[in-house]
Design a protein around this ligand. Sequence first.
Ligand code: TXA
Ligand code: MG
Length: 365
Amino acid sequence: MPATTVLPTDQPPLLHTAVDQAVKLLESGEVVALPTETVYGLAADALNPAAVAKIFEAKERPAFDPLIVHLPDKKHLDTVAEVPPEVQKLVIQLIERFWPGPLTLVLPKKPCVPGLVTAGLPSVAVRVSANPIFKRVAQALGRPLAAPSANRFGSISPTSASAVAAELDGRIPLILDGGACMHGLESTIIKVEAASPKNLITILRPGPITAEDLKVYGKVMRVTRSVVDEAAEAPGQLASHYAPRTPLRLLAKPSDFTPEPGKRYALLSYRGEEKDGFLNLADWLQVMILSPGKGKLPEAAVRFFYALRELDKLGADEIIAEPMHEHGMGAAMMDKLRRAAVKAGQPSSLPESRSATGTVAPPSE
Ligand code: TXA
Ligand code: MG
């Protein structure tokens, strides 16, 4: 494959050319990296198995990990998914409220969706992206797009065109540069079930749409199984995901860490406040602050994958991560930090999320 082209989209004529080129490639069964409001996705025509196979090849993604299908518009839902009558009202409420946006629904699939997209599962994960560039491409193509995050399998999701290039340069023909992603974390994935007195919404992957946002629509559950359980219900949610190459340790409190002589450490700091007690623990190679001075979770989320990527470049012996609040987008970031720590064989000094509430004292907002 020749070198990857990166096309800007920040002026109307450039946007027009970029969208045209993306659509042409997608129509011809190629893959294209596109910005979404969460992270960059590697898109292909979801109904063309040969095109979908190229996603797996470029990412070196194992075939057991299913893809999210992105619709041009919410009206297209019933082209790829069956909505069981008992949850129809709930599904309509959710998509009216959250689509286009970072909420992915897992529903029974229609036969037209290739088994490769769903890793042979009878269900399909589906969402509508709110990113204007993604929307233009999807609407001009008029077909559903399968799009996982545009990183190599097991690596950190990209939130900029340059991060996509760092992962997939030379493996894909085109990246549309839509600037930094608005949310910075992957979509929330849920499944829905009819139950009495309230319908059940199970969060399979925490993300920008939080448990707090969802609870008006039903009883909200988090998947309770351990992050080390390889048979997780969202098949891509293995501990091996979302991890930098550098080992990462997630701390509950500053006193849980004593630097070892001769080792080089980097710090992922929540808000970079001296009084939180982490800044002076070691002679850090580098400190990346997620929410400078403020401790605002949405701001931290936007910088989260970027900060991990930067720290991963240092060649440190270990990345030390401060804890964050478990509510709102903090739940998704803490989930990812726990997985990264498990991958590094460094289970955090924090208990798992459900029991963590109340036992950890992250800084007040
Ligand atoms: O924000 C996002 O969701 C981004 C952007 C590009 O849309 N996409 C994304 O895709 O994060 P990916 O492939 O990195 O993660 C998709 C995950 C899979 O790993 C799997 O856990 C879950 O979605 N998934 C897909 N189909 C599923 C299904 N039928 N049942 C349960 N989980 C499913
Ligand atoms: Mg991914």
